[in-house]
Design a binder for this molecule. Structure first.
Ligand code: ZN
Ligand code: ZN
Length: 782
């Protein structure tokens, strides 16, 4: 007989880990106990050497679905040991590891119960267990116990309590456990305030009635897990059109939900990796290539070659879709740029003119958690929006960062997340949206306060973006001075690069990488706006080696939504506008630009009134897209023109453009660094337009040449610097063609290419990088 102490670290609390330990220990007739403590789970156990080894192997194999073992160590136990049996002990110290677990999609066992007429959970929309259900969305305070969640309003009935206390039940210690008798309820309301008459639906219940309403072409607001959605039948042209008009969301693609994968496969191709994501406990929206055989309503995702699908992730969604043999639109329930509504009154007020019906429930959503969005590129998963199912799972820090001081990083202005660093891990918040919106900013502050409870004491440092006007930077400054905390302001693109290094486990004292950060805008070291940067960087510092030629952003932010402004600015910068007036007067974009007050615009640029010079690749994409007729006049969301242009390109055809290649980017100098100049590219593009070369050919040639230019720049920089790793980051690298092609070419040069898979390449990943750079500056490295 041996007595061992087994220490397990990772995500092991509040996820059904102890019951698994208990079950297996019983199966091997071991004696001892298991408990949670400040470091994770501690097991003291006695048995034969052989049984103990089998037990540990099984524990790793049968790890519960939401648990993640990061480290398991076995040592022989010398202390007092008087157990006749195996038990779950109460926690040994009061320092419990305070971790919040992400919300998880309905598990197979609960799913089976909600469709089993003999189960007490039959058709119960809020069924959950230790392996599934709400977590982050209902938590008010730490630790994660029922009384600290919005389930505190419901008292468990005796049957639920019995399951909750039964260690062999899959609801053992499931904080949100509930049933028809004791738990939350769902009900239907009409938006016009009239009563819902029973004769309208001879359906099973209010949840089932939603299906009938959707089939009849109605718009229903559905309160779900982390927010309220707007739903309609995705195959009905009129219903989708009505939703777009009422919501005033004209172009941005709608997310879709389908009952099962076979329905999704009628519209999209789904590979094995994508299936795995769809059915994972995170259950994100997965962007899938359109198959083109069967059509949805044309307004579901105009100008896109992908559709964003998710599977039902709560019993409520399963019950609504049970009789639905086609996809539904399930888009966030909000007006304009506000965050998604989360409470009933707010929804009645704000969505009353959009929805025909509401399906409400009385379990309060404490934290707004949007649906996550992911995409598979090659064989890696790219996270575009990290929220439900992923946040706030921890990210392990690379070597050299263990025992970091506690740091709070405030994130960006758009697509904001914030990040906390402590001990060996980073906690990145869920996507919180664009802070310039008042409601989003308020939510940001509330969420920040909740997360700050995670700290035992206040953070030792606060990191902000260098941009003086970001609201997150201003708030960070206030917090730092009010609490006398050290403040670090971090350059935007350096933070992008550091985030990517961190998630790829690049150790603290590694050689610098070449970071290529291409995005819309970020505040530069020289107080100018950057957005096309080649930086030689480690976690501590960076050196700018190359950039793109700065071009005016006429009217500032207006240029993001009116792509023609960028086309005009680029043609002026390339000194091609006069040529246009002589030779290209018949081109569509030229005729369009001619109607604009060009004299006035010239003055604005000359006097630099609200027209900063920016080295932005995001704006270059806008300029090219508009020139070939995509969103020339306006777009309704940032990057729309670029995304629609990418959709036109047939990636398999890219290599056919070798012979006629005339879209050359030149390399010049600017302030003693290399500068990529697109002047000749524009000349080639104008010639092609004149010769009426198809839009998709021009789009492909532009992509191909931009890829080549980036690769050539890396080769050039490699002659002068020691570079074996290249980081690809920034929102522009969400362009799959660019990401895939640049990666492929660099790898063929035997360069190690690092890309994002845990946090977004866009500003959603920025906070992680800010925190890492600050940590590196704080850590003593002698
Ligand atoms: Zn379950
Ligand atoms: Zn109950």
């Amino acid at each position: 007989m041996k007595i061992e102490e087994i220490r397990v670290r990772g995500t092991v609390q509040g996820v059904g880990f102890r019951p698994t330990v208990y079950r297996l220990a019983k199966a091997y007739r071991l004696r001892g106990d298991v408990c949670n403590d400040g470091q994770g789970v501690l097991i003291r156990v006695s048995g034969s050497e052989e049984d103990l080894t089998k037990f540990v192997t099984k524990l790793q194999q049968e790890c519960p679905p939401l648990a993640k073992i990061q480290e398991l160590s076995r040592t022989s136990y010398e202390g007092e040991f008087n157990f006749d049996d195996f038990v779950i002990s109460s926690s040994v110290s009061n320092v419990i590891k305070t971790e919040i677990v992400p919300d998880a999609a309905t598990c197979p066992q609960c799913l089976q119960e909600i469709f089993d007429p003999f189960s007490r959970f039959y058709r119960y929309p809020f069924t959950n267990c230790t392996h599934c259900g709400p977590r982050l969305s209902i938590i008010r305070a730490i630790p994660y116990d029922r009384h600290n969640t919005s389930m505190s309003a419901f008292t468990m009935c005796p049957e639920c309590a019995k399951e909750y206390h039964d260690v062999e039940n899959h609801r053992f210690h499931a904080q949100p456990v509930a049933c028809h008798v004791c738990g939350p309820k769902a009900w239907l309301e009409r938006a016009d305030g009239k009563p819902v008459t029973a004769s309208m639906f001879s359906m099973m219940d209010d949840v089932d009635a939603v299906c009938t309403l959707l089939q009849k072409g109605q718009i229903v607001a559905i309160k779900g897990l982390g927010g309220i959605h707007l739903a309609c039948d995705a195959t009905q042209e009129i219903a989708v059109q009505k939703l777009r008009q009422r919501k005033k969301r004209y172009h941005k693609p709608f997310a879709l939900m389908a009952r099962d994968i076979s329905i999704i496969e009628e519209y999209c191709t789904v590979n094995a990796k994508e299936k795995e994501l769809l059915t994972s406990s995170a259950a994100p929206i997965v962007l899938l290539p359109v198959l083109g055989r069967k059509q949805l309503a044309s307004l579901v995702a105009p100008g896109q070659n992908t559709l964003g699908f998710m599977l039902p992730y709560t019993p409520l969604h399963y019950l609504i879709l049970k009789r639905m043999n086609r996809p539904i639109v399930l888009t966030s329930g909000n007006i304009a740029d506000e965050p998604q509504c989360i409470n009933n009154d707010e929804a009645r007020e704000k969505l009353g003119k959009i929805a025909d019906y509401f399906l409400f429930h009385n379990r309060e959503i404490v934290n707004r958690v949007d649906d996550s969005v992911v995409r598979v590129v090659g064989d890696t998963v790219q996270i575009i929006r990290r929220a439900r199912g992923y946040a706030p799972a921890t990210i392990n820090l690379p070597l050299g960062f263990h025992n970091v001081p506690q740091i709070l990083a405030m994130g960006s202005e758009l697509k904001n997340t914030f990040c906390l660093l402590r001990e060996k891990e980073a906690i990145v918040s869920q996507h919180l949206g664009d802070l310039e919106n008042v409601a989003a900013y308020n939510a940001y502050q509330n969420t920040l306060n909740l997360y700050l409870n995670l700290f035992d004491r206040k953070p030792e440092a606060i990191a902000i973006d260098k941009h003086p006007e970001y609201l997150s930077s201003k708030l960070g400054k206030q917090l730092a001075s009010a609490n006398q905390i050290k403040l670090y302001s971090i350059q935007h693109h350096h933070a992008h690069i550091a985030a990517c290094m961190a998630e790829n486990s690049i150790p603290l004292n590694s050689l610098p990488v070449l970071g290529i950060a291409l995005d819309g805008l970020g505040y530069g070291e020289d107080s100018k706006l950057w957005g096309g940067e080649f930086l030689l960087a480690d976690y501590r510092q960076f050196q700018r080696l190359a950039t793109f030629k700065p071009v005016a952003m006429i009217g500032g932010e207006q240029a993001i939504y009116q792509p023609w402004r960028n086309t005009y600015a680029h043609l002026l910068a390339a000194k091609l506008w006069d040529t246009c007036q002589q030779q290209y007067t018949e081109l569509e974009f030229f005729k369009f630009l001619k109607q604009k007050p060009l004299k006035l615009l010239n003055q604005i640029i000359e006097k630099r009134i609200n027209s900063p010079s920016v080295s932005s690749v995001g704006r270059l994409f806008d300029a090219v897209a508009a020139a070939i007729g995509i969103c020339l006049e306006e777009c309704s969301y940032e990057g729309q023109a670029a995304i629609e242009m990418e959709s036109l390109v047939d990636i398999n055809n890219l290599n056919n453009y070798k012979e006629t290649n005339n879209y050359h980017f030149e390399v010049g100098f600017l302030d003693n660094i290399y500068c990529i100049e697109p002047d000749l590219m524009w000349q080639g593009l104008l010639d092609d337009l004149q010769q009426q070369i198809p839009q998709k050919t021009i789009a492909a040639k532009f992509h191909k040449n931009l890829v080549n230019t980036i690769v050539e720049m890396v080769k050039l920089l490699r002659q002068e610097n020691l570079i074996d790793r290249v980081v690809l980051t920034g929102g522009v690298f969400q362009n799959c063609i660019l990401l895939e092609q640049v990666t492929k070419h660099l790898q063929s040069l035997e360069i190690n290419v690092l890309t994002h898979s845990l946090v977004p390449a866009n500003d959603g990943g920025l906070s992680l990088g800010q925190a890492m750079i600050t940590a590196a500056q704080l850590i003593n490295t002698y």
